[in-house]
Design a protein around this ligand. Structure first.
Ligand SMILES: [Zn+2]
Length: 82
């Protein structure tokens, strides 16, 4: 019997905020992204076994790793600026 298993990384945008990027010094939208590493069985994603967060500049694509707490803070910060 052959069992096909593996993992797949999925990415979703959590939030978009705008500030001056520390790398390119341009005020540009910054995407807060969530990456989930999911276990797959027969190419069907079943569950996430690791999740990471990052801030990505839409101008230069530079990324900064964020903690879950920093990600939650970005959501609150964006909601207060609306
Ligand atoms: Zn940038």
């Amino acid at each position: 019997m052959l069992v096909v298993y593996g993992h797949r990384i999925t990415e979703s945008t959590v939030n978009v905020v705008s500030f001056v990027c520390g790398y390119c010094n341009v005020r540009a939208p910054q995407e807060v992204v969530q990456r989930s590493n999911r276990f797959t069985l027969i190419f069907i994603p079943l569950f996430a076994f690791s999740t990471t967060y990052a801030n990505r500049c839409t101008n230069c694509a530079a990324e900064t790793v964020l903690t879950p707490e920093q990600t939650r803070h970005s959501i609150v910060w964006a909601e207060n600026r609306r």
